[in-house]
Design a binder for this molecule. Structure first.
Ligand SMILES: O=P(O)(O)OC[C@H]1O[C@H](OP(=O)(O)OP(=O)(O)O)[C@H](O)[C@@H]1O
Ligand SMILES: O=c1cc[nH]c(=O)[nH]1
Ligand SMILES: [Mg+2]
Length: 211
C-alpha cells in the first residue's frame, strides 16, 4: 500500500476551515467538494490512458484519452457522498457504484448495509471516497470487497487519516495494489475512535444531523 499526503497551501487552507467547529454545513459541503477536486488531481496521476490520433484546426497530432474500461468511483455512504461531485468533476465519464457502511459507535466495527456496483470489476481502476480513515475498519472492508470483485488498482481519497488507520491498511492490505491520498495524517484517535485534532463526525457536519 502507498500513501500520498498532498502538501499544498490551498489544501491546508481549506482543511483548516473544515476543521473549525464554527464552519456550518453548507460551507462544510462546499469546502469538502473543493478539497476533493484538489486531492483528485493527485489521485488520478496514474489514471490509465491510451494514445489517440486527432486533427487540430492546424495539423494532425496525437494525444491521450481515458482508457476503457472506464474508471469506477465508489463513495462510501453517507459521508463519502459529499465527495462525489468533486471527484466526477474531474472524471465525468467514470462509472459510479455505491457502498453504504456504518461504524458501530461502541465497538467501532464497520458493517455494510448497501452495495450497488458491478459484480465484475476485473481490470478496473477504482477510486473510493471516504472523508475519514480512522481505525481503518471501514476502508479495509470496502477495499477487500472491491478487490474480491476483481479491481486491480484501488485509490482511496480521504480528507483526513489517523496513524492507526494507515497502519491497519498497511497490515491488512500488504502487497495489494492500493494507494491512499489524503490531505493530512493527524496525531491519533481518541477513546471514542475520533481523529484528533480531526474535524468531528464528517457525516453529521456535512448533513447537519447527529448520528
Ligand atoms: O476508519 P473507521 O474507524 O472505520 O471510521 C471511518 C468511518 O466512519 C465514518 O462513517 P460513519 O460510520 O460515521 O457513517 P456516516 O458516514 O453515515 O456518518 C466515516 O465516514 C468513515 O466511513
Ligand atoms: O473522526 C472521525 C472518525 C470517524 N468518523 C468520523 O466521521 N470522524
Ligand atoms: Mg458518521
Amino acid at each position: 500500500m502507498r500513501i500520498h499526503v498532498v502538501d499544498h497551501p490551498l489544501v491546508a487552507h481549506k482543511l483548516t476551515t473544515l476543521r473549525d467547529k464554527r464552519t456550518d454545513s453548507p460551507t462544510f459541503r462546499r469546502l469538502a467538494d473543493e478539497l476533493v477536486t484538489l486531492l483528485a488531481y493527485e489521485a488520478t496521476r496514474d489514471v490509465r490512458t491510451e494514445q489517440v490520433d486527432i486533427e487540430t484546426p492546424v495539423t494532425a497530432t496525437t494525444g491521450v484519452r481515458l482508457s476503457h474500461p472506464r474508471p469506477m468511483v465508489v463513495p462510501i455512504l453517507r459521508a463519502g457522498l459529499g465527495m462525489l461531485d468533486g471527484m466526477v468533476r474531474l472524471l465525468p465519464t467514470a462509472e459510479v457504484g455505491f457502498l453504504g457502511m456504518i461504524r458501530d459507535e461502541e465497538t467501532l466495527q464497520a458493517s455494510t448495509y448497501a452495495t450497488r456496483m458491478p459484480e465484475d470489476l476485473s481490470g478496473r481502476q477504482v477510486y473510493v471516497l471516504d472523508p475519514m480513515l480512522a481505525t481503518g475498519g471501514t476502508l479495509v472492508a470496502a477495499i477487500r470487497e472491491l478487490i474480491s470483485r476483481g479491481a486491480d488498482d484501488v485509490t482511496a481519497l480521504c480528507l483526513l487519516a489517523a496513524p492507526q488507520g494507515v497502519e491497519l491498511m498497511e497490515r491488512e492490505l500488504a502487497g495489494a495494489p492500493v494507494t491512499v491520498v489524503t490531505s493530512s495524517v493527524d496525531e491519533r484517535l481518541n477513546e471514542q475512535g475520533y481523529i484528533v485534532p480531526g474535524l468531528g463526525d464528517a457525516g453529521d457536519r456535512m448533513y447537519g444531523t447527529a448520528g
